[in-house]
Design a protein around this ligand. Structure first.
Ligand code: ZN
Length: 406
């Protein structure tokens, strides 16, 4: 039996409850035992005390969308004004990476995620290569094995086209899901097969949705950038009939939306799409700095919130963002949307993300019985509370408090 530890600080941010001034979190055997004002929680307490001083204790972050396999592209792709240019640079640069580069990138990306306070990550993989590293890391994870196949028109079970899903690992590791890449790269049959594989295992699924103007054009008219790209890559379907719908309406028609679906980016969603996503209780994962980097535009945050869409956060990859620090996304949102309460962005980056990834039972907030995945950020108290929290988090000042060390 380990000794119980009491972590004290000027502020404790449980996320599931209002901030606590002069708070304490009791931790034992990797679990949170109590959270509250120190004056109450420490009554009769006999374990060890660790007073972290001026700052805030908060839960580890939940990054719902990364591609660790692209981490080796860090610094090799410059921010772009046109998303199509970014994609082409990304495809060309990825093709030149050796397996060794990719593996070193995965380890670097994981170390970054950890250093910046990530407790749980949703990682998109096209090869399964990040899985062993995720499993060996202190981070909790959900691996989304991503499927592409615009020309897979007749498809039986997912395992037939993607042997990864027939492995005992994919079946037995409850942290593995299938993902569909995007509406312009996945056939209706493949969307259905992905959905089928996940839904009978009650696992969440992901898709990139509404990320570029080219995607809207392609779904409306079946031509433009993506037709050219699919032709170049030998994936074009000559008698393809465009659905003539917006992205969310299209996925709704395929039965792909719902509370177990994470729709990532959403920069090009219109009011109708927002209503469809809200009604189906589909998650939208905001990666606003990544969208700025790739030229994908900005997500319609106010419209999404107004419509009642459930939101969580991701960074996307080091090929399409400046770093994997989720505090950077929170700071961006805080500064661009001053009309909302400052704590909203922390809520999206913790408890909401945990719920989107089906891990809110044990992560995402400071509550008795949850994992002791918590950290501390020093604060001077000389500026706006939330701005300083997000700024210091973005500056890498996170300190893990209990376990979760590499
Ligand atoms: Zn992505």
């Amino acid at each position: 039996m380990g000794e119980m530890t009491a972590h004290l600080s000027r502020w404790v941010l449980p996320v599931s409850a209002p901030p606590i001034r002069d708070g304490a979190v009791l931790v034992d055997e990797g679990q949170i035992r109590a959270v509250g004002p120190a004056s109450e929680v420490l009554k009769g307490f006999q374990g060890s005390l660790r007073d972290h001083g001026t700052g805030a204790i908060l839960p580890g972050l939940v990054n719902c969308h990364t591609h660790l396999e692209f981490s080796a592209l860090a610094g090799k792709i410059m921010p772009q004004l046109r998303w199509e240019d970014w994609l082409e640079m990304n495809l060309a640069a990825s093709a030149s990476l050796s397996p060794r580069d990719k593996e070193a990138g995965i380890l670097r990306g994981l170390a970054d995620l950890h250093r910046y306070g990530t407790a749980l990550v949703g990682d998109i993989s096209n090869t399964g290569d990040s899985l062993a590293h995720l499993a060996a890391s202190p981070l909790e994870y959900r691996l989304f094995y991503e499927c592409l196949g615009f020309n897979l028109l007749d498809l039986g079970p997912l395992e037939e086209a993607f042997p990864f899903f027939a492995t005992s690992q994919a079946r037995d590791d409850l942290n593995i899901s299938a993902a569909a890449h995007a509406p312009y790269s996945v056939s209706p049959a493949l969307f259905r097969a992905v959905s089928q594989w996940n839904s009978c295992r009650r696992r969440p699924q992901a898709v990139h949705l509404g990320e570029s103007a080219a995607e809207l054009d392609f779904l409306a008219r079946g031509d433009g950038f993506f037709k050219d790209l699919l032709q170049t890559r030998g994936r074009w379907v000559p008698d393809f009939t465009p659905p003539g719908m917006t992205p969310a309406a299209y996925l709704q028609s395929l039965g792909f939306l719902g509370p177990d679906t994470l729709a990532v980016h959403g920069t090009r969603l219109d009011a109708g799409d927002c209503r469809v996503l809200a009604r189906s209780r589909t998650w939208v994962i905001l990666c606003p700095r990544a969208n700025t980097f790739t030229g994908g535009g900005s997500p319609p945050v106010a419209e999404l919130l107004q419509a009642g869409v459930s939101l969580a956060l991701g960074t996307d990859s080091l090929a399409g963002n400046y770093d994997l620090n989720l505090f950077g996304e929170m700071l961006w949102l805080y500064r661009h949307y001053p009309q909302y309460p400052g704590d909203l962005w922390l809520y999206l980056g913790t408890l909401q993300g945990a719920q989107a990834l089906h891990r809110h039972q044990d992560l995402g907030s400071l509550e008795p019985g949850k994992k002791a995945a918590l950290g501390f950020i020093p604060l001077s108290g000389r500026q706006d509370f939330w701005e300083e929290l997000y700024l210091n988090g973005a500056a890498g000042e996170w300190q893990w408090l209990d376990g979760f060390s590499l």
